[in-house]
Design a protein around this ligand. Structure first.
Ligand SMILES: Nc1ncnc2c1ncn2[C@@H]1O[C@H](COP(=O)(O)OP(=O)(O)OP(=O)(O)O)[C@@H](O)[C@H]1O
Ligand SMILES: [Mg+2]
Length: 193
């Protein structure tokens, strides 16, 4: 992986968040890890995550308000553009997309950002559970991937819930992230609160 320690010069401030992200992304432990990034609108979440993906050769996907089928088509197109496979991806369901995402990290830690994640949940409420399955120790060859998956969204009500209490993704967040003063009840990295 390219060196992520040095923050690109066009990114102002955010030294704390950058180093937390860099630690999370560069973590060499086997197995996929999950981070949740949340914060108010226009605080620089997307900017920082895109810069980190660029610096580390990762994959960034910004979801839109779309149906589930459209979102699957969009991420299929984006992964096709990213990987240039012999034939384009046409995902029938999210398990197929997640399998490709986990495969991205098979050789080394690679950040994968899914931004505006609440739009995807709106289109498919099962998605957090599907991610849990894919990341579970018994799921898709968990130890043979080092994908560093970052789910991002500004709706704290939705993003905070992902990791709280009995939510499907609780306990899957990796280290190197922090609590928010607003009280996100798990290890989500939080910008702008
Ligand atoms: N650290 C930074 N250095 C330089 N410019 C920044 C930085 N953070 C944010 N910006 C500028 O502020 C703009 C808004 O940030 P951004 O779109 O990343 O916010 P956001 O938190 O993702 O908002 P939303 O929740 O609406 O998606 C960016 O397009 C960028 O130009
Ligand atoms: Mg954004």
């Amino acid at each position: 992986m390219r060196n992520l320690v040095d923050k690109p010069s066009e990114v102002f401030d955010r030294d704390f968040e950058w180093s937390a992200l860099a630690r999370f992304i560069a973590d060499d432990q086997p197995g996929a890890t999950l981070g949740v990034v949340s914060g108010r609108r226009r605080q620089g979440k997307t900017y920082l995550l895109e810069a980190a993906c660029q610096a580390a050769g990762g994959f960034y996907f910004g979801a839109t308000e779309a149906t589930d089928a459209e979102s699957l088509r969009h991420i299929g197109n984006a992964l096709t553009a990213h990987l240039s496979p012999p034939s384009p991806f046409h995902f029938a369901d999210w398990s197929e997309a997640l399998s490709v995402i986990l495969d991205l990290g098979r050789d080394q830690p690679v950040p994968v950002v899914i931004d505006e994640f609440p739009y995807l949940i709106k289109g498919n409420p099962e998605l957090p559970s599907l991610i849990q399955q894919a990341l579970s120790p018994f799921g898709h060859a968990r130890t043979s991937t080092k994908t560093r998956l970052l789910l991002c969204g500004s709706a704290l009500a939705v993003m905070g819930k992902l990791l709280s209490g009995s939510a499907p993704l609780r306990g899957r967040a990796g280290p190197g992230t922090r609590h928010t003063p607003a009280g996100l009840p798990a290890r989500g990295a939080v910008l702008g609160h």
